[in-house]
Design a binder for this molecule. Structure first.
Ligand SMILES: Cc1cc2nc3c(=O)[nH]c(=O)nc-3n(C[C@H](O)[C@H](O)[C@H](O)COP(=O)(O)O)c2cc1C
Ligand code: SF4
Length: 771
C-alpha cells in the first residue's frame, strides 16, 4: 500500500517536468493552427443564410431552426428578420381579415404586398420566443376543449373530426380532450367570464357555423361581448388560457363576403379582447366548396402548433415601438393580439429587451398585472366614479360611499319614514345609508344601482382606514342634510336632530363585509351610539363568520333554488350556491345575533315557490323574514346611459311588469307563512308597511303575551355592548307600535306623518294597474 503511493507520486513529478519542457512549443502550435483556420476556412455566420437562400421564409414556423441569430445589423440578417416579420404579421392579419382566409390554404403564412411595403426595422426586433430562450410556461400538458354550436349538425360533425384528429395525434393523445356543445352549456360563465382555476393553461378550440338569422350562437357571442363591455369586471378574464383557435363554417355561395363565417370571426375577435392568446389564425370552411379539405389543413397546422410549445411561441410577436418605418401608434392595433403583444406597445428602442430575458419579463408583467399593484377601487374621474356621483353618491376615500336616502328626505319633511321605522323603530331622518365597499360579487338583475358599481370576487384594491371612512361618510351625509335646509316642508326639529346620526344602514350598494376592516368600522359606529344594520349577499362565508355582533344582520335571499339564484343574482363566484348555503348555516350558528332574511320579490323571477323559501328559513332560522316587492327605479340593467338613465332592455332587465302589487306580495307572504307552519316552524306575520310594499314575518318568541316585540331598544343595545357580557336578540327588544301591526288600518304608516301622494306615484300606480 505504502509502496504504491510512493510510485504514483514519482510519476506525477515526471509529468510536471515534461510539461515544463514542452509548454512553449505547444502554445505556439495551437495559436498558429487557429490563425491558419480562421483565415483559410472560416465563413462568417452572416453569410450562412444567403447560402441557405429561400429557406428564410420558413423561419418563424414550427420546426425552423433560427434561434441562434443575433447579428441583426448585417444586411442579410435584416432581410431575414423582415421575412420573419412578414410571416408573423400575416398570421395575425389572417386572423382578422376574412378575405385573407377565404382561400383554401388560408392558414399558412404568406407574404402580401402590404407587408413587403414595410420599411426595414433598424432597432433590435424580437420576433419570436426561441426554443432556447422561452421561459414562458407554455402549456404542453393542459387539456383541450373543443366547443361547437350547431343547428343542422355540420359543425358537430366537424368538431368530432377535430376531436378524432387530436386524439390520434401522437403528441396530443395523452391530453384530456373534451368536446362541448355550446348550445347546451349550462354555465358559460365558468368557461368564459370567470374561468375556473382548472382551466388555466387550457386550450379552447371552436368549430362554429354562422347564421344570418337567429341561432344559439348569438347568446354565446352576446355573453362574450357583455363581458368585454362590462367595465366593472375583469376585462381580460381569459388571459390565463393556454390559447385558442377558431374554425368557422359558412356558405360562401349563399352569403356575401362580409357575412361569410362572420360569427366565427366575431368569436375569434372577442376571445382575443378578453385576453385569450390566439395560438392559430381563424380558419374557414366553405360548406358549398372544400370545407372538408379546409378543415383537415387547419387541423394539421393547428395540431403541430399545439404539440410543439415553441411552435406556440412562434406566434408571439414582440416588436419595438421606436421603429423608423412603422410607428407603433400608426399601426392598426389589433385587439385580439396574441399573448403579450400589448407589452410591445410600451417597449421603446432604449430598453430593447434581449431575447433571453423575454420570458422573465413577460412573467413579471403578468404578475404585476395580476396582483402586485393595488389600485383604487373607484378612482376619481373613472366611469364608475362619474356614474356613482351622478346618481348622488358621495365617494368616500377610494372604495366607500354615502348617499342620502329618499326616506331620510321624506322623514325630514314629515312625510313618512321607511318600513324600518314601522318594523324596528328606525327614524329615517336619523339614518345614514353608507357602505365601506362599493364593490359587490353579484350583478343582480334588480340592482337599483343600474350596474354602475364595481364588482369582484375578492378584495384586490387599496384599503382605506375605517376612521377615514366614517369621518368621510358622516361629512358627506351631513353635507347632503344641509342642502335640505331650503326644501319646503322640512321640519325644524327633525332638521336639527338629523345632524346626529343614530342609525347606519350598511346596505347602500356593494358588499359591506367585503371591506377588510368591517369589524373595526362597526365598532366605531357603536362607540358613537350609532346602530348598525348590515346587509350581506350570502356570498362571503368567511367574512360572515368573522363578523362581530351588529345591531341587526341581514342576508339577502333572492331565490329559493340554485338556478333561480344564478339567474337573478348573476353571481361572480362559481361556487355561489355552496357559498350561499354556507352563509345560511353560519347565520343559524349566530344565535346571539339578531338576524333577518330579506326577500326581494321580482315578479316572473323569484316570487313563487313559497315552500322552497320556507325550507331556507328552516335551514338558517333567522329571527325575522322581511318580504319586499322590488322597487322600480327605471329599468335595472347592466347597461345605462352616462346620466344613469336606462339605455335599452335586455332579456335580464326589469320592467314595471316585474314589480309586484302589494296584494301579490301579501298573497305570497300568506303562502310562505303557511309553508313555515307546515314545516313546524314557529313564525308568524308580525308587521307591514304597505307604503313600501313590505311585510315582516317574525319568530313567535318575539310575540310576548300576545304582543309583538319587533322593535329595538337601541339604548339598551349600546348598554349591553358597553357591559361587555354576552347577550342575544331577546335582550334588546321593544314593543311594535299598533300602526305597524299586520292588518292595522294604517298598514304601517306612521300616524304622526302626513301622507302625500304626488303626481309621480299616481303615475306609477296607474302604470302598475295598466300592466
Ligand atoms: C338560415 C341560414 C342562414 C345562414 N347564414 C349564413 C351566414 O350569414 N354566413 C355564412 O357564412 N353562412 C351562413 N349559413 C350557412 C351555415 O353557416 C352553414 O350551412 C353551416 O355549415 C351550418 O352549420 P350547422 O349545420 O352546424 O348548423 C346559413 C345557413 C342557413 C340555413
Ligand atoms: S333604513 Fe334604509 S331606507 Fe330606511 S332611512 Fe335608513 S337608509 Fe333609508
Amino acid at each position: 500500500m505504502v509502496d504504491a503511493t510512493i510510485t504514483a507520486g514519482g510519476g506525477a513529478n515526471r509529468l510536471v517536468s515534461v510539461w515544463h519542457d514542452l509548454r512553449l512549443p505547444i502554445v505556439l502550435g495551437v495559436t498558429f493552427a487557429y490563425v491558419y483556420w480562421k483565415y483559410c476556412f472560416y465563413q462568417p455566420r452572416t453569410t450562412t443564410s444567403s447560402r441557405k437562400g429561400g429557406k428564410s421564409r420558413d423561419r418563424g414556423r414550427p420546426g425552423s431552426d433560427d434561434e441562434d441569430e443575433d447579428d441583426s445589423h448585417s444586411p442579410d440578417v435584416t432581410q431575414r428578420e423582415n421575412d420573419k416579420e412578414k410571416d408573423v404579421v400575416d398570421l395575425n392579419k389572417a386572423a382578422h381579415t376574412p378575405t385573407a382566409l377565404s382561400s383554401s390554404a388560408s392558414f399558412a403564412p404568406t407574404v402580401t404586398a402590404a407587408t413587403t411595403a414595410r420599411k426595414v426595422r433598424r432597432a433590435k426586433v424580437f420576433t419570436r420566443l426561441s426554443k432556447k430562450s422561452s421561459t414562458l410556461p407554455l402549456p404542453t400538458t393542459s387539456d383541450i376543449y373543443i366547443f361547437y354550436s350547431t343547428l343542422t349538425g355540420t359543425s358537430e360533425k366537424y368538431a368530432s373530426r377535430l376531436h378524432a384528429a387530436l386524439t390520434e395525434h401522437s403528441q396530443l393523445s395523452s391530453r384530456g380532450i373534451h368536446t362541448q356543445n355550446l348550445d347546451y352549456l349550462d354555465d358559460l360563465d365558468t368557461y368564459f367570464v370567470t374561468p375556473a382555476k382548472v382551466l388555466d393553461n387550457a386550450f379552447y378550440l371552436f368549430v362554429l357555423p354562422s347564421y344570418a338569422s337567429e341561432s344559439p350562437l348569438d347568446f354565446v357571442i352576446e355573453t362574450l361581448k357583455d363581458t368585454y363591455n362590462d367595465f366593472r369586471i375583469d376585462s381580460r378574464p381569459l388571459r390565463n388560457l393556454g390559447g385558442y383557435a377558431v374554425f368557422g363554417l359558412g356558405d360562401r355561395e349563399g352569403w356575401d363576403e362580409d357575412m361569410y363565417c362572420y360569427q366565427a370571426m366575431d368569436v375569434d375577435k372577442y376571445l382575443g379582447k378578453l385576453g385569450a392568446p390566439r395560438v392559430f389564425p381563424v380558419g374557414t370552411g366553405n360548406v358549398s366548396g372544400r370545407a372538408n379539405d379546409e378543415l383537415e389543413e387547419w387541423i394539421k397546422h393547428l395540431s403541430d402548433v399545439l404539440a410543439d410549445p415553441a411552435g406556440v411561441g412562434e406566434i408571439i410577436d414582440i416588436t419595438d415601438s421606436d421603429d423608423e418605418g412603422v410607428d407603433a401608434e400608426d399601426e392598426p392595433f389589433d385587439d385580439a393580439q396574441p399573448r403579450s403583444l400589448k407589452l410591445t406597445k410600451t417597449t421603446s428602442a432604449k430598453d430593447v429587451i434581449d431575447v433571453e430575458d423575454m420570458g422573465t419579463v413577460i412573467e413579471s408583467s403578468r404578475k404585476s398585472n395580476d396582483s402586485t399593484i393595488k389600485k383604487e377601487m373607484v378612482a376619481k374621474d373613472t366611469p364608475t366614479y362619474n356614474a356613482l356621483t351622478k346618481q348622488g353618491y358621495t365617494i368616500v376615500g377610494s372604495h366607500s360611499g354615502v348617499k342620502i336616502c329618499r326616506w331620510t328626505k321624506s322623514a325630514l319633511r314629515g312625510r313618512g319614514s321607511c318600513y324600518k321605522f314601522a318594523f324596528y323603530g328606525i327614524k329615517s331622518h336619523l339614518c345614514m345609508e353608507t357602505t365601506p365597499s362599493l364593490s359587490c360579487s353579484n350583478k343582480c338583475v334588480f340592482c337599483w344601482r343600474h350596474g354602475t358599481n364595481p364588482v369582484g370576487t375578492s378584495w384586490r384594491w387599496q384599503v382605506d382606514p375605517p376612521e377615514l371612512i366614517l369621518k368621510g361618510a358622516l361629512e358627506g351625509h351631513y353635507r347632503k342634510i344641509k342642502q335640505m335646509r331650503g326644501v319646503p316642508g322640512v321640519q325644524a326639529a327633525r332638521f336639527a336632530e338629523a345632524f346626529t346620526v343614530r342609525h347606519c344602514a350598511l346596505s347602500l350598494v356593494g358588499e359591506p363585509i367585503f371591506y377588510p376592516h368591517i369589524n373595526e368600522f362597526v365598532r366605531m359606529l357603536h362607540e358613537r351610539s350609532i346602530s348598525s344594520f348590515l346587509v350581506c349577499n350570502a356570498q362571503h362565508p368567511d367574512q360572515l363568520k368573522a363578523l362581530d355582533q351588529v345591531t341587526q344582520l341581514y342576508v339577502s335571499i333572492d331565490a329559493s333554488d340554485k338556478e333561480s339564484l344564478r339567474r337573478i343574482d348573476r353571481p361572480l363566484h362559481r361556487d355561489f350556491w355552496e357559498r350561499f348555503n354556507q352563509c345560511l348555516d353560519i347565520l343559524r350558528s349566530k344565535t346571539r345575533q339578531r338576524t333577518v332574511f330579506r326577500l326581494t320579490l321580482v315578479k316572473g323571477f323569484n316570487a313563487s315557490d313559497a315552500l322552497g323559501y320556507a325550507k331556507l328559513v328552516a335551514q338558517a332560522l333567522p329571527c325575522f323574514v322581511e318580504i319586499k316587492g322590488v322597487t322600480y327605479c327605471g329599468t335595472s340593467s347592466t347597461k345605462s346611459e352616462p346620466n344613469g338613465a336606462f339605455k335599452g332592455a335586455t332579456k335580464d332587465s326589469l320592467t314595471m311588469a316585474n314589480v309586484p302589487f302589494y296584494e301579490e306580495v301579501r298573497d305570497f307572504v300568506l303562502q310562505l307563512n303557511a309553508s313555515l307552519k307546515d314545516l313546524g316552524l314557529n313564525y308568524d306575520i308580525a308587521a307591514e308597511h304597505a307604503h313600501s310594499c313590505c311585510i315582516l314575518i317574525a319568530q313567535t318568541r318575539f310575540k310576548i303575551d300576545g304582543e309583538w316585540h319587533t322593535h329595538i331598544d337601541y339604548d339598551r343595545f349600546f348598554e349591553l355592548l358597553r357591559e361587555g357580557r354576552e347577550f342575544g336578540p331577546m335582550d334588546y327588544i321593544a314593543k311594535t307600535p299598533p300602526f305597524a301591526l299586520f292588518g292595522s288600518d294604517q298598514a304601517g304608516f306612521n300616524p304622526e306623518d302626513e301622507r302625500v301622494v304626488n303626481k309621480k306615484s299616481k303615475a306609477y300606480k296607474s302604470e302598475q294597474l295598466a300592466i
